[in-house]
Design a protein around this ligand. Structure first.
Ligand code: NAD
Ligand code: 44H
Length: 388
């Protein structure tokens, strides 16, 4: 039998990144989603195209050998597919992991094949597979927990590729940047060995990779999006044309670079080159990436381990500068009531109804005695005052 991968999420990264590389590695890909239109389109087609865009031009790959199942209506089928698969990946968003865990737990429980399933969450979050793993354990019978690891192995990952929202009428086809990076922990696979997916860079310690990515690409991206949204820029590239925004982004990335260099044994020169590459990537006008997509879900983005508070807290602990990150946080807190973004509505409500102290704790999860707390509190107070 050929190799089979189950991909939760047939969205931009699911189709335009994970499935592309699973397909190239020889896997049949079974997409699992809850959106009828995506499932129907996948079921009614035998191929779609991934077009990679770079300054040098475009190149197109054709993705075939896939099926699709709606987990809302066909849960039993999903369980059967997982029971006989080699790999489960997902790109559904960090807040959705708790919803896909129950069916994955059932699928793992139903396995009879001797080789364990490889589970790799492909989300923008630190320890996303650990989070999914935790939910899967909650949905596994206590008597079966001890033997869980003979049925499945769990590895965290860091993924990097800009996939903007796709133009209407593009169907399943995806236009994305050519650059990509997919880094996955190899130690969880032990003697079994990791799956054979050539696009993956396997490492023993993921932390330097995920922190460097999240606190450079995503911190820079989010700073641009929130500042751009405030002055009504529509795309990330437009926002970065604004000298004030570009300077703010550069200052934020100087601060996160100080953390990356101090913590991860990465040289200043290497990090500087990385930052320059990232600014060039996110400035790519051909991607037409809008500020609302990049700023989406602001409550997630201002949380404890995420792109502003995550690095600022660590910088504060080390006695290093974090003022520019507080500026980025302030613009993030002003991303309120954006049409189509539920978290931006919830953010406005939290800032309106809670005291500054309660809002700071609820949004950032920072402990009151943390050296960053009083600084963030002032930012929250300022935004609350301006919102009245
Ligand atoms: N787009 C990018 O540039 C990019 C790059 C790197 C990482 N990521 C990360 O990848 C993840 C997905 O992002 P995206 O841009 O592809 O978003 P997307 O909205 O395009 O895709 C998410 C998909 O998940 C599906 N989904 C939602 N609930 C589900 C459920 N319960 N079961 C199965 N499917 C479900 C949605 O219907 C949608 O098709 C996020 O964590 C994001 O941070 C995105
Ligand atoms: O996907 P999010 O909402 O966590 O963040 C938005 C963008 O910054 C993100 O999708 C980037 O495009 C991506 O992380 C690039 O690798």
């Amino acid at each position: 039998m050929g190799k089979k991968a189950i991909q939760f999420g047939g969205g931009n990264i699911g189709r335009g990144f994970v499935a592309e590389f699973l397909h190239e590695a020889g896997y049949e890909v079974v997409f699992i989603d809850v959106m009828d239109n995506i499932i129907n389109s996948l079921q009614n087609s035998s191929s779609y195209e991934v077009t990679e865009i770079s300054e040098q031009g475009e190149s197109t790959k054709t993705i075939t050998n896939y099926r699709a199942i709606n987990s809302k209506t066909h849960e039993k089928d999903v369980v059967q597919e997982i029971a006989t698969a080699d790999v489960v990946t997902c790109a559904v968003g960090p807040n959705i992991l708790k919803f896909i865990a129950p069916v994955i737990a059932k699928g793992i429980d139903a396995r009879t094949v001797s080789k364990p399933l490889a589970v790799i969450a492909c989300e923008n979050a630190i320890g996303a597979t650990d989070t999914l793993h935790g939910f899967i354990k909650e949905h596994t019978d206590k008597q079966r927990l001890e033997s869980l690891y003979s049925r499945a192995q769990f590895a965290n990952s860091a993924i990097d590729r800009i996939v903007p929202n796709q133009p209407p009428n593009s169907g399943l086809n995806v236009r994305i940047e050519k650059f990509y990076e997919w880094v996955v922990e190899k130690t969880p696979f032990g003697d079994v060995g990791h799956p054979d997916i050539p696009a993956i860079h396997w490492v023993d310690n993921l932390e330097p990779y995920i922190e460097r990515k999240l606190f450079t690409v995503n911190t820079g991206h989010a700073t641009t999006a929130y500042a751009g949204h405030l002055v009504e820029k529509s795309t990330i590239a437009d926002a970065l044309h604004d000298a004030t925004i570009r300077e703010a982004v550069q200052k934020v990335l100087n601060e996160t670079a100080a953390l990356i260099v101090a913590k991860h044994n990465i040289s200043e020169k290497e990090q500087k080159d990385y930052v320059n590459t990232i600014i060039t990537r996110i400035s790519n006008p051909y991607l037409e990436d809008n500020v609302e997509r990049v700023g989406r879900a602001p409550i997630r983005k201002v949380s404890r381990k995420e792109r502003f508070i995550g690095p600022a807290a660590q910088l504060a602990e080390r006695g290093l500068k974090f003022d520019a990150l507080l500026g980025g946080l302030e613009t993030a807190l002003r991303f309120q009531n954006v049409p189509g973004d539920d978290e931006s509505v919830e953010l406005a409500k939290i800032l309106k109804e809670l005291s500054a102290d309660d809002a700071t704790t609820k949004l950032t999860g920072l402990e009151k005695e943390h050296p960053l707390y009083s600084h963030v509190l002032k930012v929250v107070e300022k935004v609350q005052k301006d919102s009245k």
